[in-house]
Design a protein around this ligand. Structure first.
Ligand code: TXA
Ligand code: MG
Length: 318
């Protein structure tokens, strides 16, 4: 794992047997690789490895932890992670492999790092149609979390050159398979509580989904469809006090660095480790037998800024 601010050499390899083998080694070592999909290039890491997932956020410099899409090779692998209702079943049957992401209730014991789902009980999952991503899934045997392979705030990459434009020196490898066929990020459809909602428009139209299911498809909210910005932020059920250096009566203290607590994000003050533990630590604190949660200060640099953004949201009463 590389520190968020260190410059590393980014290797660009053509898609092929050697490239996929090299990419699979990076993933197995807990790193992330930029990979073409049929939509955009994604920055892939092992979705079961919280430190590897933290590395994705570190490389992208995301200001917060939006939940990520998990890529799997086929429907059977998706079934192991998520619970399909009838609508989800029909959508997967019709559009997978392809540019459709389904947000579904996550299965207990799915083994996905909580940083991937941002602590949510749902998981965004898709079966990509691109040979390169499928080859990497086969070579690693892991579910792969992959947001678009661009630095936060820059446009989505549809060519390896786009990836390098914003992530050169920040990731170890990009696999180049030329321009992506679609260039638009996948359509996101949530199937929960017997309802079907479109969270993000994409290559598969709302009409195509409505025609298939024989029902009108609503959106997640009025107008602004920025999935992950809306209902997706995990907030504990009890008050959260930030920048705490000592535990007060009735608090569960989540430590960091020299601030020791009932738990710690990272005893050695490592932001990557802290990001990897963040949602687990909040869940543990939430279920602890105390009335309130306190969290030690985390320096606001690198991934620390994303951690603090997330902590501030957790501290706002629901
Ligand atoms: O085409 C794509 O989907 C590309 C390629 C690489 O697969 N990936 C992609 O990932 O666009 P990303 O991270 O840029 O977008 C993921 C979107 C975010 O808007 C996030 O909020 C939403 O998926 N999302 C993920 N999990 C979610 C969940 N459990 N509930 C609601 N929204 C979720
Ligand atoms: Mg994106």
């Amino acid at each position: 794992m590389t520190a968020s601010n260190a410059s590393i050499t980014t290797v660009s390899l053509p898609y092929g047997t050697a490239g996929i083998a090299a990419a699979a080694r990076v993933i197995a070592d807990g790193g992330c690789v930029a990979m073409p999909t049929e939509t955009v290039y994604g920055l892939a890491a092992d979705a079961t490895d919280s430190r590897a997932v933290a590395g994705i956020y570190a490389a992208k410099g995301r200001p917060g932890f939006n939940p990520l899409i998990v890529h799997v090779p086929d429907r059977a692998a998706a079934e192991a992670l998520a619970i399909f209702d009838e609508a989800a079943d029909r959508l997967a049957e019709a559009f997978w492999p392809g540019p459709l992401t389904l947000v579904l209730p996550m299965r207990k014991g799915a083994g996905i790092a909580s940083l991937v789902t941002a602590g949510l009980p749902t998981i965004a999952i898709r079966v990509p149609a691109h040979d390169a991503m499928q080859a990497l899934l086969a070579a690693t045997g892991r579910p792969l979390a992959a947001p678009s392979a661009n630095a936060s705030g820059s446009i989505s990459p549809t060519r390896a050159e786009h990836v390098l434009r914003s992530l050169d020196g920040r990731i170890p490898m990009v696999i180049d398979a030329g321009p992506t066929p679609s260039g638009i990020e996948s359509t996101i459809i949530a199937c929960a509580d017997g309802r079907v909602r479109q969270l993000r428009p994409g290559p598969i139209s709302r009409e195509a989904v409505a025609d298939l299911l024989g029902v009108a498809i609503g959106g997640a909210g009025a107008g602004i469809e920025a999935p992950g910005q809306l209902a997706s932020h995990y907030a504990p059920s009890k008050p959260v006090r930030l920048n705490a250096t000592v535990r007060q009566a009735g608090e569960w203290l989540i430590g960091f660095g020299t601030v020791q607590g009932d738990d710690t994000l990272s005893a050695r003050g490592d932001a990557v480790e802290a990001a990897a533990r963040l949602f687990d630590a909040l869940h543990i604190a939430d279920s602890a037998g105390t009335a309130r949660i306190a969290v030690a200060p985390v320096p606001d640099k690198g991934l620390g800024a994303a951690i603090n953004d997330r902590l501030r949201r957790a501290a706002v009463p629901a």
